[in-house]
Design a binder for this molecule. Structure first.
Ligand SMILES: Nc1ncnc2c1ncn2[C@@H]1O[C@H](COP(=O)(O)OP(=O)(O)OP(=O)(O)O)[C@@H](O)[C@H]1O
Length: 652
């Protein structure tokens, strides 16, 4: 079967090729063969839409092109010279009605009935084997081949002048014979015509499959934002999507089929065609813009048959990168913690949790006050997660970590052209990012006064205005603010706006420092050290290994609160990981890693401290409360009770 490629003329793909019910065939022929083939056309009328058109040579080609352009045909069927011309001039599928040897034999037998001298004029080439037939049939045969209609006429004239009365050949020749009053016999059989139609049906089926696939690809190509172009092995453009066409300089006529280096030499794919190697992510300036360019060879069965060029707008990539970073930053600040993750059993901590839980069920602004590292952000996350906004964004911003101008654009966003270097299309700020969710403004005391004014307005009016814009954008955001600074003192010093203070101080949560809730130190330390040991994949038992250190941990003042405890827990875990069992631990060596733990308490080596002393110290630190003392020591109440019975047998 003939292999074919979808013609350049199919771009864009055949309009009517979507899914007409029957395959569409165009039978392009001379009148003679048409009349002869009509019974076969009638046979196929049920299975195909057949257009029968008379045409010769250039005329046939023009007709075929018209049908392709109008998208009304899937395959052509033709014979002789017409078929050759169509095949050479189109890349559309063409089935040929082949002249079979038996067809010719039949025609010659019939010719012999009329005359003993038979002339043959055939398209293409003569058939030397006919010499044998000539003797068999006992007739004189003279045969000629022709390439063009003029050729055919000349050959026919030669035969006529030689007195041949019967001419066998193609329909063109039969027509000439009949015009000259001779006998013209068509050298085709109905079986050959049928075979031609059957081939055409198969070609049409394949063409449709191909057109369908092509249409899908074309749809994808047309919807790509990237500019894409493809060339064939002759460096001629075979595809260019709309963004690419916009970039390229206009050409007279169709862009397709033009040589790429003649249209846009800068985009040349010649080197890719020559080398067959791919070039990825090259930066190229074209049309006064920077592009990220890929040049890729297209291969078929290992052979380079073309190349594709893709241009990505460098600015878009930069923007995507920025927005990716922004997304990542936002993702990092999504609320992970819930109340159940917070560790602490002290009275003041439990009270703080209960208050925060109550606040969570309102939609009011919350101000969380507390020293650095007490867990303000953790509480803000837990409040968000307990609130109705839990599935919405939680966006955290530390007001102290931005210079004033940057904080403003971070919070409120900006319009395109708001300032030099502002991004095309502008950028949304954190208020917009937190829309329908919660915005956590950490270190609000560090917010510059001018911004405090803007923030107050946003909280009152529930809308923001991007920098460089006048259009207000409504936002629905719950604000949770946090401060480690005494805001009231700052108001007196005119460093914080009183009206903003009243606005954010609707619900106030004060988190006590760790030194005021020492009962929380042991459970926090145990949990934090255990987590670190797990991360370090150390096998030692955290609870048992930490127990001798607890009095020191509890006694420490923790100016950095839980954050400082986290830090020391990490150092302790790294120290502990070198031991397999708690019995091997030389606690005194920890002095180098955690000197702060060894400052206040007597320098006696912890591991040499007798159990009795450790228990007494814990009881002293816990003010006689056994439960707390047990927690300091990292043992259960019953263990402590057992120890106490051995130390102070009379007391129980
Ligand atoms: N109750 C707690 N349970 C477990 N981890 C805690 C607890 N409180 C604080 N942390 C941990 O301590 C660290 C400091 O907490 P967080 O960042 O919430 O403090 P902060 O008060 O917001 O600090 P800053 O004011 O310095 O921003 C965090 O890593 C947090 O996970």
């Amino acid at each position: 079967m003939k292999q074919f490629n979808v013609s350049l003329r199919h771009w864009p793909p055949m309009k009517a090729a979507r899914s007409p019910a029957l395959p569409r065939l165009c039978f392009l022929s001379y009148r003679q063969i048409r009349e002869f083939a009509m019974p076969v056309v009638a046979e196929y009328a049920q299975r195909a839409d057949i257009e029968v058109v008379d045409g010769t040579f250039g005329g046939a080609l023009a007709i075929a092109r018209d049908r392709i352009d109008r998208g009304v045909v899937d395959a052509f069927v033709s014979a002789g010279s017409n078929a050759s011309i169509l095949r050479a001039g189109l890349e559309a599928p063409v089935a040929t009605i082949q002249l079979g040897g038996f067809d010719l034999l039949q025609a010659l037998i019939e010719a012999r009935r009329i005359a003993s001298r038979v002339g043959i004029v055939m398209y293409g080439a003569t058939i030397p084997e006919l010499d044998a037939v000539k003797d068999l049939l006992n007739i004189e045969i003279v045969q000629y081949a022709y390439q063009t209609p003029d050729d055919a006429r000349q050959r026919f004239e030669l035969l006529r002048r030689q007195g041949f009365e019967v001419i066998v050949g193609s329909s063109l020749v039969v027509e000439l014979a009949q015009e000259a009053g001779l006998h013209g016999l068509l050298a085709y059989s109905l079986a050959s015509v049928r075979k031609g139609f059957e081939d055409a049906m198969e070609l049409a089926r394949v063409a449709r499959l191909e057109a369908g696939r092509y249409e899908q690809l074309n749809g994808v190509l047309h919807n790509l934002q990237e500019a894409v172009l493809a060339v064939n092995e002759d460096h001629r453009i075979i595809a260019a999507n709309p963004p690419m066409r916009q970039l390229m300089r206009p050409v007279a006529g169709s862009l397709l089929g033009q040589r790429l280096d003649a249209v846009e030499p800068e985009l040349s794919l010649q080197a890719t065609l020559d080398s067959g190697t791919e070039e990825r992510a090259a930066v190229q300036r074209f049309g006064q813009r920077d592009w990220i360019v890929n040049r890729t060879p297209i291969r078929e069965h290992g052979q380079v048959v073309g190349a594709a060029l893709t241009l990505y707008d460098a600015r878009r990539i930069q923007e995507a990168d920025t927005s990716l970073r922004m997304q990542q930053r936002l993702r990092q600040s999504t609320a992970r913690y819930r109340f159940e993750h917070l560790i602490g059993a002290s009275e003041s901590f439990r009270r703080a949790v209960a208050t925060a839980q109550r606040f969570a069920h309102t939609d009011l602004t919350v101000l969380i006050a507390g020293e650095s590292g007490v867990g303000k952000e953790l509480f803000a996350q837990a409040i968000h997660n307990e609130s109705a906004r839990t599935s919405r964004p939680f966006v955290a911003v530390n007001c102290a970590s931005f210079p004033e101008a940057l904080l403003e654009s971070e919070l409120f966003g900006y319009e395109e052209g708001a300032f030099t270097g502002s991004r095309r299309g502008g950028r949304r700020g954190l208020f917009e990012a937190a829309h329908t969710g919660t915005l956590f403004l950490d270190e609000i005391g560090d917010m510059p006064l001018a911004l405090q004014t803007r923030l107050l307005r946003v909280l009152q009016e529930r809308e923001i205005t991007r920098l460089g814009s006048n259009a207000p954008i409504p936002v629905n955001v719950r604000v949770i603010a946090a401060t480690h600074q005494p805001l009231q003192d700052m108001i007196a010093e005119r460093r914080f706006r009183q009206d903003l203070y009243y606005r954010i101080n609707t619900l106030r949560l004060t988190l006590p420092p760790l030194r005021e809730r020492r009962e929380d130190i042991a459970p926090l330390a145990q949990s934090l050290v255990a987590q670190c040991l797990q991360r370090l994949q150390a096998g030692i038992d955290a609870r048992e290994a930490l127990a001798p250190l607890l009095p020191r941990l509890v006694a420490h003042d923790w100016p950095g609160n839980v954050r400082e405890l986290e830090n020391i827990a990490e150092r302790i875990a790294v120290f502990l990981m070198q031991f397999d069992t708690p019995q091997q631990i030389r606690y005194d060596d920890l002095r180098h890693d955690c000197p702060e733990l060894f400052e206040g308490l007597p320098a006696a080596a912890l591991d040499s401290q007798p159990l009795e002393e450790r228990v007494r110290e814990a009881m002293r630190l816990a003010g006689g409360n056994r439960q707390e003392a047990a927690r300091y020591l990292g043992v259960s109440r019953s263990t402590l009770w057992r120890w106490l019975r051995t130390i102070e047998p009379n007391e129980d």
